[in-house]
Ligand binder design. Structure first.
Ligand code: GMT
Length: 364
């Protein structure tokens, strides 16, 4: 099949999933065209790919550049030039509307969108987006989303006429198990996110402070950029634990840092799936997550880590404590995490689900 993948080029989960999906499809012999406003971060690690840039021209009249129509026009052109069978958008705003416009204008390629998370559990709820977003999605050939929780949320909060198929995110264990873990005394906690409010990153600093007061051999790695990163840094200073926390900014090679860490922490308020947690699991790392959104579909309480209520800092600290004190349990949970990542979220299990959906809508 000839497939166009439309995604954000940044470190965000939808960008990563779109890129990794395209690469997996390419491996399986499909012709994949990556379409974005710059080369997606993860694609920069690859050599063999077709990329089309959404070229946003300036015009004196425009205070805001009309991305949606520019992307739609490019999609129209690419479908005609390359005879694409499928256009697959990741993150519904505004990609779903560009896809629908492209379909209206030439109606040749089948269009499919994957709803990833904040596009619909946060942003899309606003009337500034909602009516056109829903209309665009209802006119798709297929819709997918990344967890059962996210599907239910969309069904409950939008007037959806189109069915949504749940296809979980995936991780290639080979990419994450290459690097050997060094032997070390410290217990290292790690958080990877875009530091938006919804991630509740400051809760980690607060819980970690409780444990850092009791134990010397603990450290926290905070990876990523975003609105609450500075607040987390200020908090670390005011709680007197600045020397035990490293803020690293966005990293291209996350596995490299993950291999030095022992426990992943993701205490989000809302989280449709938690790809960062899954990548940690593939690295033999147990996870402390919140009981929010689709996270419990990924992290199993007392099997691959611990699940706490969002905002419960004491519970977060309690399980950090368990992870520090009980190395045997920590390793057992880590091993079970890698096992679960391989058994449930392996590309060989997930990619065929996308392939059969593509086939189904083409044949229709
Ligand atoms: O909202 C974000 O954190 C970024 C967002 C994205 O689309 O870039 O991530 C969402 O999609 C990921 C990939 O499917 C999921 O793993 C994340 O859980 C989800 N984020 C939220 O729901 C907050």
């Amino acid at each position: 099949m000839k497939i166009g993948i439309i995604n954000y080029p940044t470190f965000g989960g939808s960008g990563i999933v779109g890129t990794e999906l395209g690469l997996e499809l390419q491996k399986r012999g499909h012709e994949v065209h990556f379409i974005s406003y710059q080369i997606p971060e993860r694609l920069k690690l690859e050599e063999d790919f077709i990329f089309h840039e959404v070229n946003i021209l300036s015009y004196p009249l425009f205070k805001y550049k009309p991305y949606t129509i520019i992307l739609a026009s490019l999609l129209h052109k690419l479908v005609n030039e390359h005879e694409l069978d499928i256009l697959h958008g990741h993150y519904a705003i505004p990609h779903a509307t560009s896809l629908y416009l492209a379909k209206l204008s030439n109606n040749k390629a089948k269009i499919i969108s994957t709803i990833h998370g904040s596009d619909m559990h946060l942003l899309g709820l606003d009337d500034a987006y909602k009516p056109i977003l829903v209309n665009s999605l209802n006119n798709h050939d297929a819709l997918t989303t990344v967890s059962k929780w996210m599907k239910q949320f969309v069904v409950d909060n939008y007037d959806m006429e189109k069915d949504i198929e749940v296809i979980y995110n995936f991780v290639d264990p080979k990419k994450f198990s290459k690097i050997k873990k060094p032997e070390k005394e410290e217990v290292v906690f790690c958080h990877v996110s875009n530091f938006r409010k919804v991630k509740r990153s400051p809760d980690i600093v607060k819980a970690f402070a409780i444990e850092a007061e009791k134990f010397d051999h603990v450290r926290l790695e905070m990876i990523g950029e975003g609105p609450e990163r500075e607040y987390c840094q200020d908090l670390a200073i005011s709680l007197g634990i600045n020397d035990k926390i490293t803020f690293r900014g966005s990293l291209l090679n996350v596995p490299r840092v993950l291999c030095f860490t022992d426990v992943f922490v993701i205490p989000s308020e809302k989280e449709s799936f938690g790809l960062a947690a899954l990548e940690a699991m593939a690295c033999n790392i147990p996870v402390i997550s919140s009981n929010a959104g689709g996270l419990p579909e990924v992290v199993e309480h007392e099997k691959t880590g611990f699940v706490v209520e969002p905002g419960d800092i004491d519970a977060l600290a309690k399980y950090m404590n368990v992870m520090i004190e009980d190395e045997t349990l920590r390793k057992k949970l880590g091993k079970a995490s890698a096992q679960r990542a391989k058994e449930v979220f392996h590309p060989d299990k997930i990619i065929p689900q996308y392939e059969s959906l593509y086939k189904k809508i083409i044949e229709k």
